[in-house]
Design a binder for this molecule. Structure first.
Ligand code: ZN
Length: 680
């Protein structure tokens, strides 16, 4: 599971550590590019130089492997994405007309958006976005391309190709939404992604997987995780993503790089992790995947760590099939003292959580948490990047073997630095009192909330025996994120946190409460187009929590939406009562999950998480527009290179931060693109 940053603001504390860092970082420019609703940043990799050559080489090969699977994600997101990307890149490179014309500029922006979203649908809102150049311009550009640069299907003419892609890009009728998460329509048929093919219905998919499941299996594999389900000639079957299967061209490259990484493994445990992952990629066997996940979760001694594979299931409307992603990282020892305190006390937090005793974990196992520094992002972690990750996702592995939770501090730090002084809090925060809290504690409480969410929240509680892992179906992602967020919100205000030295005083948590409520009730709406509802699971979760506690606290005026000069603000009148409301909702969401209460889960999400107040929405958008900020951010990676001596031996790995966004995307498309355009 992942944790994404909310909208617009990050806060800097004035601690000594940060001041020291600032002087050095004044020379580092965080902003790389800005277009549409996006801003591209770069991140630093502090501590890299101090690693051993062996560790650097391990990071290097894992980083190469992180880039090898980029095409897979494009194809998973929609079966036309590689055709669109390759056509646009060919036009971009070969265009002979006026590169300053409005049409060409629009093509450039559209291509940058396709890169960012790994396809033609908005990375967060999931809807198809549209270019501002004309159909005629597109047809003209394709016609002028040398024929070998047009990614035609077998026996397809250029005219047919243009007609097909024009519909894909411009039509408001087809492929309108990447993943449809809810509603009364058939969510499989309505989704444009490529996890299911051959006109399957939701019922056919559910029946197919229900037939596989054994309700008495206490250690079930993650059914359907690494395959596309297809119906061909009336027969429904899985096409597995593995060496020799679907996506083999990219997976072979990933495997080859992982093999190069093996000799640099830091210890035997880590070596076994990489080798088992290779074995899984070769066989596609989900039992081997579980074996890998168990080895991975137990490898807690290594400094270098990584994720590489079919991991998160947010993109599948049924939450089974996983998108490909990779992160490569090493531990931040100093900051990890913080998360170690949390995980050392995991049992205490579990025992005191405001949930029914029946849903409590009697024995919390192996919660390990660390703060990491990423050195490469790939697949579904790039360019939009999580700030926290907790894996593995399989409930039984978490139950029997625990989980590994990370906070990615060089990413949160880049967000924070890049957003300083952008005018956001002046516009939306009620008064100097709240602004003071945010400035003093915001960066600290933000990171701590991520730690609590990832390290304890996702891992807490139990599912009653006999309740299926996917009982909450399309609502499970939203409710799971809500559970983790609520756990963090409830505990960040606990005296135990101050006692452990995680926050300096009993005031600090208010910064997180204010930010969360403002974001959930108002400011996250800047990410939604007027007239649309909320789709993305993390956003739904935030609104669900904020609206629910707002409504339940209304009789006692716990949280207010106050007007001033015709503008709306969040005001929190009673922070302690707000805390008990968070606790109450945590109890209910835990019950839903533990009992698999689909009807109640659906009602909670549909009542609080989805609908948007159109009047407030319009107001927030107007106020936000004046600030001229990008509601979404993503990152370019550093360039990692082997440095060799005259004998050709690697003597160092060098990092270079100077690459631009377009440069990086074009380089990746040139050097790391292995899949055919059409993968059927
Ligand atoms: Zn989460």
């Amino acid at each position: 599971m992942v944790f994404m940053l909310g909208v617009g603001m990050a806060f800097s504390s004035c601690s000594e550590g940060n001041k020291k860092a600032e002087t050095k970082e004044n020379e580092f420019s965080y902003t790389v590019d800005r277009f549409a609703d996006l801003e591209i940043l770069r991140y630093q990799v502090p501590g890299f130089e101090a690693l051993s050559l062996n560790q650097k080489q391990l990071l290097y090969h894992l980083s190469e492997a992180a880039l090898m699977g980029r095409d897979i994600l494009f194809d998973q997101n929609c079966r036309y994405n590689l055709a669109v990307r390759r056509t646009l890149e060919a036009i971009y490179a070969n265009f002979n007309g006026d590169r300053k014309s409005a049409d060409f500029k629009a093509l450039e922006v559209y291509l940058k958006r396709v890169w960012f979203s790994n396809g033609i649908h908005h990375h967060y809102a999931e809807d198809k976005f549209f270019p501002e150049f004309s159909r005629a311009f597109f047809a003209d550009c394709v016609t002028q391309l040398p024929e070998d640069l047009v990614p035609l299907r077998t026996r397809q003419t250029t005219e047919q190709f243009i007609s097909e892609l024009t519909d894909v890009i411009f039509s408001t009728e087809i492929l309108t939404k990447r993943t449809v998460q809810s509603g009364d329509e058939d969510i499989i048929k309505a989704s444009a992604n490529n996890y299911y093919a051959g006109d399957l219905t939701q019922k056919e998919v559910e029946d197919f997987y229900d037939a596989m499941k054994d309700p008495n299996d206490s250690t079930p594999i993650s059914y359907g995780l690494n395959s596309r389900l297809v119906k061909e000639n009336g027969i429904i079957q899985e096409k597995v993503w593995k060496v020799g299967g679907l996506y083999t061209q990219a997976i072979e490259q990933i495997v080859a790089e992982l093999q190069k990484a093996v000799p640099f493994a830091e210890n035997e445990k880590q070596k076994a992790v990489i080798e088992t992952l290779i074995d899984y990629y070769k066989t596609g066997d989900l039992k081997t995947f579980d074996a890998y996940a168990v080895l991975w979760v137990k490898d807690t001694d290594s400094e270098v760590d990584f994720v590489n594979g079919f991991t998160e299931t947010y993109g599948d409307p049924l939450g089974m099939k996983a998108s490909w992603e990779s992160t490569v990282n090493f531990i931040n020892r100093e900051a990890t003292k913080r998360t170690k305190l949390i995980s050392d006390n995991a049992q205490w937090f579990e025992d005191h959580s405001p949930i029914d005793d029946r849903f409590r974990k009697k024995e919390v196992k192996g919660v390990t948490a660390k703060v990491i520094t990423v050195s490469m992002l790939g697949g579904d972690c790039y360019p939009a990047t999580p700030i926290g990750i907790n894996l593995p996702n399989a409930d039984w592995i978490r139950r029997d073997h625990g989980s590994k939770s990370v906070t990615i501090e060089n990413i949160t730090e880049a967000y924070d630095k890049a957003s300083q002084g952008n005018g956001f809090s002046e516009e939306f925060v009620w008064s100097d009192t709240e602004r003071g809290l945010l400035k003093k504690y915001g960066f600290m409480t933000d990171n701590l909330h991520t730690d609590l969410h990832e390290c304890l929240g996702h891992g807490s509680g139990i599912t009653l025996s006999g309740v299926a892992a996917d009982a909450l179906k399309a609502y499970s992602s939203t409710l799971e994120e809500a559970r983790a967020d609520l756990f963090g919100l409830y505990y960040i205000a606990d005296a135990k946190i101050v006692e452990l030295g995680l926050l300096p005083d009993a005031e600090a948590y208010k910064a997180e409460y204010y930010k969360f409520m403002m974001n959930g009730l108002m400011t996250q709406l800047v990410r939604i187009e007027l007239g649309k509802n909320i789709e993305e699971a993390h956003m739904r979760n935030r609104q669900l929590i904020a609206r629910w506690v707002y409504e339940k606290g209304q009789a006692e005026n716990v949280v207010e939406l106050k007007q001033r000069d015709g503008e709306t603000y969040v005001v929190i009148n009673d922070y302690q009562k707000l805390r008990s409301l968070f606790g109450q909702l945590l109890g209910e969401v835990q019950r839903l999950k533990s009992e698999g209460d689909f009807a109640a889960g659906k009602k909670l999400v549909e009542d609080y998480a989805v609908q948007v107040d159109p009047k407030l929405h319009a107001e927030i958008l107007e106020r936000y527009a004046k600030l001229n900020l990008a509601p979404y951010k993503g990152f370019v990676n550093p360039v990692m290179k082997e440095v060799k001596n005259k004998q050709g031996e690697v003597i160092d790995i060098a990092l270079d931060y100077s690459e631009g966004y377009t440069e990086q995307m074009l380089r990746y498309s040139r050097d790391y693109s292995f899949l055919p355009t059409y993968n059927e």
